[in-house]
Design a protein around this ligand. Structure first.
Ligand SMILES: *Cc1c(COP(=O)(O)O)cnc(C)c1O
Length: 463
């Protein structure tokens, strides 16, 4: 055990000596490892040596480091997957007990702690009472935002079919936007909705890539006229491409007229809303049915950990519950406890509440807010640097810690010195700078800017 912990500590101490982006070729590992599993046991020392030699070169160092001054602060690609010393340590605690936590009886502390941390964060976000256990709502920890969307879509689907009859299945329509995360399409496919009844409504640059409620109304109207049944809308706060914000309040107004379930996906940006100055981004949330944010993106918690709140837990439970005879127990029969296996797609579940409890306690609300603020501040700095150089264009408004810009070469992305990613928006190729690695400091942002400038200079001198 100790040797493994020392190994991971060494990894973080040396992390700045690695290229942030893995440079291996596809299929590299097959050439290096045995063709079949070893018949005789091997020592942990040998295995760790092989990890150093074969595995670490194939790792992209996206996770923030637990020691100050070290880490992968040059990672600006995708969204950050934030970690912290506490995040790593608590992973040991959470897996060390090997809790399977599917019902209250299987580990009462796991269920009860989960209810508490979900309530804590709901309060920090100033969620309306209707989403909290104190109202008639409630929440659950899922693995990822994709699972949360799938579970809520299933709940909405079954609620609708119970009301109007299962023959309506073919008619159910699901709405998102061209900027909605692909998780929605995946959920549509798994939940058995007709993929031809999935609408990705077009958003426009003039609307800052957020969805216009009138466009939604028009599309829904046309579907109703055609005899279809509007079912589910996924609105996003902080889209994946540009961090655009769909106007939740006005969208919920439209949805209400058609009895549509509204899910608000704030997987990345939701964490920032614990700061009073960013809370307005989820204004109107009281009109939605479910809300989700990933603690593993921006909340110093390691993968995987996603919060899901619902206004009507019974819809979720009706859709996802099974009553297996061999899991019957007095506590469940007494109806005094809740069993989280009915709130998710799998039976067994990890002790994720432990991770959040430790993160929340060891940082405190004050430091969590300061951490989020400092990242947004650095993104503002990067945005200013770009705006002061007329070779670059900031493509979409910066709302949180993601800056989208263009007029660059792919060589920046692949250089290995800094790691950014790219996307297509409105037909244009843009580059992403997402500031979020736990140990990124201003100097790393400025260094990234220098790397970008060097590439631009090299490009211009070639022409
Ligand atoms: C990251 C992200 C997702 C997917 O999250 P997973 O936890 O990987 O499933 C969905 N929606 C948005 C807006 C995201 O940023």
């Amino acid at each position: 055990m100790n040797i493994t912990i020392d190994f991971i500590v060494d990894y973080y101490q040396n992390i700045e000596s690695y290229k942030v982006l893995s440079q291996v070729e596809p299929g590299y590992l097959k050439k290096l490892l045995l063709e079949s599993a070893p018949y005789y046991p091997e020592s942990i020392e040998t295995i760790l040596q092989d990890i150093q030699k074969y595995i670490i070169p194939g790792i992209t160092h996206s996770v923030a480091a637990p020691r100050s001054g070290q880490g992968s602060p040059n990672y600006f690609a995708y969204f950050p997957s934030s970690g912290s010393t506490v995040g790593f340590l608590v992973e040991i605690l959470s897996t060390g007990f090997n809790v399977v936590g599917f019902n209250w009886m299987s580990s009462p502390a796991a269920t009860e702690l989960e209810c508490i941390v979900i309530y804590w964060l709901g309060e920090m976000l100033m969620l309306p009472k209707s989403f909290l256990f104190k109202g008639n709502g409630g929440g659950v920890l899922q693995g990822t935002a994709c699972e949360a969307i799938l579970c809520t879509l299933a709940a909405a689907r079954d609620q609708m079919l119970n009301r109007y009859g299962s023959e309506k299945m073919e008619k159910l329509v699901v709405y998102g936007f061209d900027q909605t995360h692909s998780a929605l399409q995946k959920a549509v496919q798994i939940a058995g909705c007709h993929t031809k009844n999935f609408r990705a409504i077009k958003t426009m640059k003039s609307n800052s890539f957020g969805l216009c409620p009138n466009s939604l109304r028009d599309v829904v109207h046309a579907d109703v006229k055609a005899g279809l049944v509007p079912l589910f809308l996924c609105a996003t706060v902080g889209t994946t491409s540009t961090n655009a914000i769909d106007p939740i309040g006005p969208l919920c107004e439209v949805a209400k007229d058609f009895n549509i379930w509204v899910h608000v996906d704030a997987a990345y940006a939701g964490s920032a809303c614990i700061c009073p100055e960013f809370r307005h981004f989820i204004d109107g949330i009281e009109g939605a049915n479910s809300f989700t944010l990933n603690a593993h993106k921006w909340f110093l918690t390691t993968l995987d950990c996603c919060y899901l709140w619902v206004k009507d837990p019974s819809a979720l439970i009706k859709s996802l519950s099974t009553n297996l005879e061999f899991l019957r127990n007095k506590a469940t029969d007494s109806k005094l406890v809740m069993d989280y296996k009915h709130w998710q797609k799998t039976l067994s579940r990890r002790f994720r509440a432990m991770k959040l409890w430790l993160v929340l306690r060891s940082y405190g609300v004050a430091n969590l807010r300061n951490f989020l603020r400092s990242l947004v501040k650095m993104a503002k700095l990067f945005e200013e640097l770009l705006r002061n150089d007329n070779r670059f264009e900031v493509v979409a408004p910066r709302n949180f810690a993601l800056v989208c810009f263009r007029k660059l070469l792919e060589s920046i992305i692949g250089s290995g010195n800094v790691y950014m990613s790219s996307t297509m928006v409105d037909g244009a190729y843009i580059i992403w700078c997402a500031i979020g690695a736990t140990l990124t400091e201003e100097r790393h942002v400025i260094r990234a800017w220098k790397v970008i400038q060097e590439h631009a200079n090299a490009l211009l001198s070639k022409n």
